[in-house]
Design a protein around this ligand. Structure first.
Ligand code: ZN
Length: 276
């Protein structure tokens, strides 16, 4: 019976390995250093990473199964953007689940760093892959400019991935995403004030998407609410879980916005004199 599984004795903050002491306001509930098998067993008893695991684990399976039904695979001009979009929606949750399940692995800091890079890589992938359909649609009537922008964004993203996976602090990690966010902002400006195209409803959804992601990242950095009542949010409701939920909401807005654009592009015709 999974609910009745009694886990090992949990540790307090000071007793956990140094590389796992990243939130001094989470006082208890740390799993002991574990083998891979013991890490997997920790899915079935209470500890302070359980909320982190399930807030991304459950959405991962829901996205995996449900999203393909809402993606118009055959109706969009190039189906690669559908595949890219699906991968984008899945990538941040899968990396995160692996990170949170195995972070206390007996391999120590080296294993931890690799897992953290994996988690960061997932976030980079949603930023990167998630934006490609937006670029594709926005510059729909300018094939050359579109290809240049797709290439530029991919290169910028490769640099962002390098920064994010090697960064040592949360602030440096957040900085790695700022360049991508600025590029997307330019794209949004081009839609509003320039000759970029796209569904009139999708932009609002993409702005909500980016806002949720940025606010989630900030909440995680400033460690609210646990900083006000250390120990109260050890298992549930701490900043990292709030960020997880905001990331999931952000992905849902990405999905809605992209579907809007896909629906819109089906019937859109570029003015012929604009084509370059
Ligand atoms: Zn996480």
């Amino acid at each position: 019976m999974m609910g009745l599984y009694k886990g090992p004795r949990l540790l307090e903050f000071a007793k956990t390995p140094q590389h796992l002491q990243f939130n001094k306001y989470v006082l208890t509930g740390y799993r002991p250093v574990s083998t891979a098998q013991e890490c997997i067993r920790s899915l079935f008893y209470m500890h302070n990473e359980l909320g982190n695991i399930y807030t991304h684990g459950v959405p991962f399976f829901l996205f995996l199964v449900l999203l393909p039904f809402s993606i118009p695979w055959m109706e969009v001009d190039s189906s690669w953007i559908c595949a890219v979009h699906y991968l984008a929606c899945l990538s941040p949750t899968v990396g995160s689940v692996v990170y949170h399940v195995f972070m206390n692995h007996v391999g120590g800091e080296h294993v931890y760093d690799t897992l953290l890079s994996m988690d960061m890589f997932g976030v980079c992938l949603v930023n990167t892959l998630g934006a490609l359909p937006i670029i594709h649609i926005t510059l729909f009537c300018y094939p050359l400019l579109r290809q240049a922008a797709l290439l530029a964004y991919t290169l910028l993203s490769a640099y962002g991935i390098y920064c994010a996976t090697t960064a040592r602090t949360n602030i440096l990690r957040l900085q790695a995403f700022i360049w991508q966010a600025m590029f997307r902002f330019l794209l949004f400006l081009f839609r509003v004030f320039g000759s970029g195209v796209g569904s009139p409803h999708s932009l609002r959804l993409f702005v909500i998407m980016d806002t949720l992601a940025v606010v989630g990242g900030l909440v995680n950095i400033i460690q609210i609410p646990e900083r006000f009542v250390p120990g109260l949010f050890d298992n549930w409701g701490n900043s990292h879980q709030i960020m997880h939920v905001m990331v999931v909401c952000s992905i849902i807005y990405l999905h809605w916005g992209t579907l809007e654009d896909f629906e819109w592009i089906k019937t859109f015709q570029c003015p012929t004199e604009q084509s370059v």
